[in-house]
Write a protein that binds this ligand. Sequence first.
Ligand code: FAD
Length: 1020
Amino acid sequence: MPSALFDLRSATATEVDAAVPAQTAQLLADAALDEQSSAAVQRQAAVLVQAQRAALEHRWIDRFLQQYGLHTAEGLALLTLAEAYLRVPDAPTATRLIAEKLTDGNWRSHRGASDDWRVNALTRLLIVARTAIAAAPELAHLARPWVALALQMLGRQFVFGRDMQGALARARRRELRGFLFSYDMLGESARTDADAERYLRAYQAAIAAVGARAARGGSSGRNDGISVKLSALNCRYEPLQRAHAVPELIASVRQLALAARAQNIGLTIDAEETERLEMSLAVIAAVASDARLEGWDGFGLAIQAYQRRAPELIDWAQGLARHTGLPLNVRLVKGAYWDLEIERAQERALEDFPVYTRKSVTDVSYLACAHRLLHAPGLIPAFATHNARTAASILHWARERGAPEFQRLHGMGVGLYEGPMREGALRCRIYAPVGGYAELLPYLVRRILENGANAGFVHQLGNPAVSDERLLGDPVTQLQRARSQENEAIVAPKNLFPDRANSAGIDFSDAAATEALLARMALHWQRPQRAAPLIGGREAEGVTSRLLDPADSARIVGTVAQAGLVELAQAFEIAQREQPRWGTLAVEARAQCLERMAGIIERERDEFMALAVREAGKSLADALAEVREAVDFCRYYAGQARRLMAPQPLPGPTGEHNEWRWAARGIFACISPWNFPLAIFLGQISAALVTGNAVLAKPAPQTPLMAHRAVRALLEAGVPPGVIACLPGDDALGAALVADRRLAGVVFTGSNATARRIAQALLADESRPLVPLIAETGGLNAMIVDSTALLERAVGDVLASAFQSAGQRCSALRLLCVQEDIAPALLAMLSGAMAKLRIGDPAALDTDVGPVIDAEARRGLEDYIASLPPQQVLYRCPLPAQAGTGHFVAPTLVRLAQIEDLRREVFGPVLHVACWRAGELERTVDRINASGYGLTMGLQTRLTAHIEQVRARARVGNLYVNRSMIGAVVGSQPFGGEGLSGTGPKAGGPNYLTRFMTERALSIDTTAAGGNVQLLREAD
Ligand SMILES: Cc1cc2nc3c(=O)[nH]c(=O)nc-3n(C[C@H](O)[C@H](O)[C@H](O)COP(=O)(O)OP(=O)(O)OC[C@H]3O[C@@H](n4cnc5c(N)ncnc54)[C@H](O)[C@@H]3O)c2cc1C
């Protein structure tokens, strides 16, 4: 297999990027029709759409989903009910979910609104139920069997059978005669090996069942087949795990492909999120190259037309077919994860969206890809669409080529293909998902979303107000008329924040680019690194010691010369001299320094990331997050300072000028921890500097290299050398620093004990002014999970919150509080998922959990775990062999009898778990509050009432609902706690800078010269 075949992105990236408009022009050219053909397509599409609309008459479900679209509060309430209800095991929560969702929204507004009597009858039923439940909520339990029945009916509309036996029986029904089927075993996003094995067995059984009815001779395309989601077959099907996931998937898919070949049936690999695309291609290429598949025409893949890379993918598939001699089936779809792709690209600050942002471009791309497919030797096309206009165009192109295969999802596109199929103009296959209630929910939700999406063809089809003409509008014309191929309503990742440029992300799914990044980082690791006191722009000497890599204590990362009392005195002297000039400089000049700093960090990103990995033991993803946060702090505080520091005129009598403004305080001590050696270090410093203060920074003893590099960058950015000093040193230096009465404030992040010592030092000298202390300390952060939560999702968020950065974040999850009804299932899944965590060298792409910071930290954690009764330790991850040379601590799950048993912050990868009973949510929050800490809290629920209860009661600075509890984004999630967790104001929030400043008012009597000139000038 030539490697270029895999190298889709690097081979095409430059051409594609440079030629986006040209690419669209090419799509338009490929999709365009002459006038006569266009008219013919329009006529055919009109016939097809009428057939679809006629079929709708018999389908109340489409009318129902039309009436309760996603733009209505009631539609959203029903979606949540459908998504969660079937998995809730306990009666009280299930009843509560019904009561809440049925009393949400205004059901009366739908009374008689549909032109389908069945939908109106259902609406009446919903109104009656709502009224009864609103009057007597306990009645909601009576609705439970009906809700379960309704959801099962809804499930049946989109899910073909609960098992293969039922599905095969249903396929034989009269109204489905003539259709072929591709069976999909529901289940995606396996979380554990056990899940993945179960799904593999289900696929094997399905192949045997389908094969038992297949014709042995002739093309497999004449038989039913199966569709496979790779995410069901591997629980670590993630870009950074590709080194393991891809070979494992090749083995699983090869097994299935050989079985399918033996049965002479087709096997198509579904297309999932774009970040998984390259991995899926590697799997497909390897399996297709297996000589034992020779002579089989059933292997294939789905290609999504909404992806910008779709045309190149078709060329890639063609190349693979040519190279292996194996004909490949290509199922062209538009794509089912559009909203997710847009959200992810924004969240990860990717350079661009991987998918188109206008529906018409997706449609045109589909047509252009269809055109390409129809002329691609070695590829067997199948067109999966429910859109009559799209289908008619392809039928037009395919007319000389013989009947192509079309495909539709079970429950969708009904009526579209029956006519042409019976006339022999096409073959149609139904994608038939099979699975029980536990597996169907994610699929069901995607179908409801698809049916409810405003831009979607099926949604508009069910709306009588949308005429056939409008429905069948030509996407080529629509795109030609559009001002731009991009949808301005969708904010590009780099423009996410109105007042600042977003920090740039890295697309780790681009294997070649990620490897190149690692190679560049390695160059930095080879260079000797050195930190020393930096005072007045000059490096000072000092007692030097070596810094060791936390992942490998035999590796020296660099050396550090310590600052002593002499250097401290010198730094104070210079800062005192230089600060007044800096403090009275126009805020604009200081803000520009920070913005230049942000630019420098992004320019030198590889070096900063390299330092984060080697000096602080951060994984690649954490190192990137660290750098991005630092950039965000610089840009955010620059903007905030401009906004806050402009003088404000104040009212007063004529002849008087009044003005109020913020002003710098003087010299700030910035004392930062090792766990965010760049982000927190620079967050503190940039806030102090931009507000006009001078800074004496004392970085953590473990991470002076990063601090030294950052301060050099600040000097390059234009910060005057006299207002920033970096003083690496020990606790004694820190004590001397805060004891100095010349300080105008201290900003500190670290332990509670040290924060207290600093506070006492600031108060010790009675002659000293009271200065601000901004302290951010730790937390006993809890996540509450109720029985409506989606376990797969909750487990993912728990893993990230508790074990990312080896649990060494002050925001990290320490205490998981699970509703007891779901505890056994959740803990089993959590232990299974923990077993798949990779612990090791943070420089390795696939490392999830790196080392803890030093030997002392490791000893403390191990001693703590050893002190627990063994039966409380529910699970410990195995440590890899290399662990001996680094400070690794195995992620550990500890059972507590009660919440109160967690008495102190255990700063590492140790997660405690306690249970609570249904109905005790508020009491649970109170018990968590009772610890006195108040930093972060998580909640996983589908109940709005639970969100409200926790929000009202939790005494924490940051509450995260249905997501992880880490990774606060500057300006989006201002970060900081209350109680024992810190003083505030929140870092990255609108009030942070105010603590670094003092208020000054100015009042001038402008008449002092003898008269009120202004009044006389302005009076008529
Ligand atoms: C047999 C079969 C197999 C399938 N397998 C897969 C699969 O493996 N992977 C997968 O992802 N999907 C798969 N799908 C789902 C499929 O992607 C959707 O059903 C399909 O997108 C609907 O297209 P349409 O032509 O019927 O509808 P239309 O309504 O004409 O088109 C909907 C498409 O437009 C896109 N769209 C909507 N708004 C915008 C916008 N603003 N900018 C850009 N695009 C927009 C939607 O995301 C969607 O892709 C499959 C479908 C079928 C029928």
